[in-house]
Design a protein around this ligand. Structure first.
Ligand code: CTP
Ligand code: CA
Length: 222
């Protein structure tokens, strides 16, 4: 019903959305992760679905349900998310990366449970994970468009501009996650939005549903 009363301005567009955290195992019972809820990505996916897009979600471990019209591919680690996205990307028109991917993963200790056995400290080595969004940007065709996000703990404007260019994006939405009401596990976000044409906007604190709707509006400007 909602789809019937929404503008169908994304009809026929195949949209890939990454969302949620990634979970990087260390031993048989422990992992490295972050508190991402996947809400921003779910809002992007739902808004695109309502506007007529054919949406595929590549999800890290999240507690979210989607309407049956959205395809969901569950993943755990950044390597799994990366592989799933690279497979899908050639079939897509638009990519949207909201996932809070772990930049590094612990060097695995092994499949069994690590036993403390009298140790007084613990050192874990980390190795870099692939940058999923940059991989999509590097292999982006002229007819594909890519939206990224940036989470900062300072004024996000410089980093937004740097990441937009470095990852080959058409549009980036950046926020200062240390500000009240913005970032992880909140229903709202205060976004600085920059596109490849140099248009920059600072949006007030808005529900993530509204941020998502406006981001699709912005992408469709040209
Ligand atoms: N991203 C990704 N894969 C990664 C890291 C980030 O796809 N391994 C994507 C995120 O989904 C987001 C964008 O890249 O859309 C920016 O993520 P962010 O963590 O803000 O930036 P990084 O490039 O990882 O740099 P840093 O964490 O050092 O700020
Ligand atoms: Ca990062």
């Amino acid at each position: 019903v909602l789809r019937a009363i929404s503008p169908q301005d994304l009809a026929g567009q195949r949209v890939l959305v990454t969302l949620g955290p990634t979970r990087e195992p260390w031993d048989g019972v422990r992992f490295w992760s972050n508190p991402s809820s996947g809400i921003m990505g779910a809002c992007m996916a739902m808004a695109a679905h309502l506007r007529g897009a054919d949406v595929t979600v590549v999800a890290g471990p999240v507690d979210l349900v989607f309407p049956s019209g959205i395809t969901v591919i569950p993943t755990q680690t950044a390597l799994e998310m990366h592989a799933a996205c690279l497979d899908l990307w050639p079939l897509m028109d638009i990519g949207c990366a909201t996932a809070a991917v772990a930049d590094f993963r612990p060097e695995p200790h092994g499949p069994g449970k690590f036993k403390k056995s009298g140790a007084t400290s613990l050192h874990i080595d980390f190795v870099p994970n692939p940058d999923i969004l940059k991989s999509l940007g590097d292999s982006k065709r002229a007819d594909q468009r890519l939206i990224g996000f940036a989470a900062e703990t300072c004024d996000p404007r410089d980093e937004a501009a740097r990441k937009l260019k470095a990852k080959g994006l058409d549009l980036i939405a950046a926020n200062d996650v240390s500000r009240h009401g913005s970032g992880f596990r909140t229903p709202t976000n205060e976004m600085y939005v920059l596109d490849a044409a140099g248009r920059a906007e600072s949006w007030p604190l808005l529900p993530k549903t509204e941020v998502a709707w406006r981001l699709w509006d912005h992408l469709l400007l040209d």
